[in-house]
Write a protein that binds this ligand. Structure first.
Ligand code: C5P
Length: 396
């Protein structure tokens, strides 16, 4: 981040207490910070401590005429390479989404022509409120990159999404932005993990996918500078830092999340989606029959997310599917590519003897319209890096 200039807007949330650490780490990596503290931000951190850590003057609401003469707010908003709002409260997000400019921070945000990233931080109910969700979607449509928020314990004692992304995660995103990789400015959607299809409130149908390959791929795409939307079922491995995580449980939820995240430049479907769900999941736990007769489960077919997106009016330029097969891998995957209408299929053999499903290694065959190319066995992380690079090559 050598000499990269970040305009850091600190709005008023309890997560502002993480800001000294964020500033210290950003400056340690060579970034130059110009801090702007909102009036409510100043309730949580003092201008003096921020100024000392950022080694810069702190701009506050008391932006008087002398300062305006030295550096106008338009200039201040445009001098940076990146505008970062952390923490971003529900209030500042709402103002940004509406284009309001009633204080220094929002005036700068409206005047800037520099990319903007925000790290939301608020109570779980405030985050989940339709108004905040609407504002978040609107801001993404406007090109604002959103970091987090994460699930976790809140200062107010509640638990859920709304907690500001960790400092490491914000750093990874900012570093990814400046890395200016071949995928910078590109939006890539990745699905990952298994889905859980409820049978009743306590039981579900699942599969052995760990989410390892999808997670590695999302991280590799991020490292090439992409903005990654990561739609994940209940995976065993944690999602990567620095991507937008959208947790889901069922195939139907995954489809809704994916369609809501379009448009994207590329979409990669690594998720092991259940082909069937219960036709009518029980509202109550299914009890043993006194007769001893086992229950009969009726299935309904799940939507094929890959096929839907391949035929979508907002179809990404590149659509990649995965094919986990246990026999005739290349033949099955080749016909799957045509049936689903995607551009590439990444095929692998998941017979238990291969140890691929849930394991650390993978051996894949990449199938496109030109034919099939089998790669040597390698760690999933290397498969991910090579695949991410191929995706970058295909998009440029
Ligand atoms: O047909 P099959 O399940 O083998 O296809 C695998 C590919 O299709 C994977 O890329 C998977 O993510 C995707 N898929 C999907 N929705 C489904 C089933 C599979 O997106 N319902």
């Amino acid at each position: 981040m050598n000499e990269k200039h970040i305009l850091l807007i600190i709005s008023g949330g309890i997560a502002a207490v993480k800001l000294p650490e964020l500033i210290r780490r950003l400056t340690a990596q060579g970034a130059r910070i110009t801090p702007v503290l909102t009036q409510s931000g100043a309730q949580f951190v003092t201008p003096l401590s921020i100024a000392a850590l950022a080694r810069s003057k702190v701009f506050t609401e008391l932006f008087d005429l002398t300062e305006e003469a030295q550096m106008g707010h338009i200039e201040l908003s445009r001098a940076a390479d990146l505008v970062l709002v952390a923490p971003a409260t529900a209030q500042i997000m709402a103002k940004m989404a509406q284009g309001m400019a009633d204080d220094l921070a929002t005036t700068l945000l409206l005047a800037t022509d520099t990319p903007v990233m925000i790290a939301p931080s608020m109570n779980v109910r405030m985050w989940q409120h339709p108004a905040t969700q609407r504002n978040s979607k609107r801001l993404q449509e406007d090109g604002v990159q959103i970091i987090g928020p994460n699930d976790g314990e809140m200062a107010c004692g509640e638990y859920g999404p709304g907690r500001m992304a960790e400092v490491d995660e914000i750093l990874a995103r900012v570093a990814g932005f400046f890395r200016n990789g071949p995928l910078s400015g590109r939006h890539v959607l990745v699905t990952s993990g298994p889905t859980h299809e409820p049978i009743d409130p306590v039981r579900y149908i699942a599969n052995r996918s760990s989410g390892a390959q999808g997670t590695a791929l999302a991280a590799a795409l991020r490292d090439l500078g992409a903005r990654v939307s990561f739609v994940t079922g209940p995976a065993r491995v944690p999602p990567p830092k620095g991507v937008d995580v959208h947790p889901v449980q069922t195939a139907q939820e995954m489809l809704t999340a994916v369609e809501g995240l379009l448009p994207a430049d590329a979409a990669v479907f690594t998720a092991a989606v259940a082909d069937w769900r219960m036709a009518d999941a029980h509202g109550q736990k299914i009890k043993k029959q006194s007769s001893g007769a086992p229950p009969v489960l009726q299935f309904a077919e799940n939507p094929d997310i890959l096929a839907r997106v391949s035929a979508h009016e907002l179809r990404p330029q590149l659509v990649v599917g995965f094919a986990a097969e246990t026999e005739h891998v290349i033949d099955n995957a080749t016909s799957k590519r045509l049936r689903k209408g995607c551009d590439w299929i990444v095929a692998n053999d998941v017979t238990p003897q291969t140890g691929i499903m849930g394991g650390a290694h993978n051996k894949i065959t990449l199938i496109d319209k030109a034919g099939a190319e089998t790669w040597d066995e390698m760690p999933k992380i290397d498969v991910a890096r090579r695949l991410a690079q191929r995706i970058a090559d295909a998009l440029t």
